[in-house]
Design a protein around this ligand. Sequence first.
Ligand code: AVJ
Length: 310
Amino acid sequence: MGSDSFINDVIWGLSDPQKHLPSKYFYDEKGSRIFQEIMQMEEYYLPKCEMEILNKQSQKIAMEINHDEFDIIELGAGDGTKTLIFLEAVMNIGKKITYIPMDISEEILKVNRQHILERLPDLSVEVLPGDYFSTIRAIESRPKPRLVMFMGSNIGNFPGEKAIEFIRFVNDYLNPGDYFLMGVDLKKNPHVIRAAYNDKKGITKKFNLNLLERINRELQGDFNLKAFEHYGVYNPLDGAALSFLVSMEEQDVHIADHTFHFDQYETIHTEVSQKYSLKDLDQLAIKTGFSWDRHFTDRMGFYSLSLFRK
Ligand code: AVJ
């Protein structure tokens, strides 16, 4: 699972008979800006649902944590805007916490820290930059009970068994009595899911194409962006929403000293956004070594904050 370099991952992915690129490379500066636009989109219900649950049920979730004093570790914390609501609720019921936001971007962690301390000046915040795998190891030496948070449906980007592997990996760093809180997008009307990844304004298309643009910029590639279209599907059989870029003509693309041939209509698979049912999540909790779970959903039943206890 360890991350390789951008160039190696790109060459590896485009050399496969079914071409693919890792979705983690969407988020350069421009990609992160486009993702902010996605989160504002009418069709992209996920952030609205997560926000509703946090606004209405944070206290209920906080009351489930059987510790008076604990660490809250957030994987991929971003700017912490949403987490703030939850942290406030935890503090309001008198629990003593330390907040440890982890993220790839040191910049965003500075923003996060400022943000949180403006609203909660008494909270102790210890930022931890790095990827999921290197940062989670750092919690091992901390003696207090913990709650690890993984929000925003980021778990969806791990295809099938990889999600299980990842949660098991997190579980390995927890002690009995520790908790894992995960934001998960639920299986629902397939039309609703499909629309979330096929918006009318073409923002999701722009988000996908930016990956090719980034390859052009950073790896001196020569992708002709006009020759690619975005294609998003949802498959109810396995609950996976998949994104592709489709080559609309036969063409060669050069990256570093490599040449990649595309037949007309050949695709690059760029992303998996896995959806789960509440039953799937109960199974997932058991398979990943947790002994108890509980789900907090929005009024539409679109999204869940699922709490697992080891
Ligand atoms: C940030 C992984 C939750 O899969 O829904 C949004 C990314 N991709 N639109 C998702 C994304 C296309 C998003 N996650």
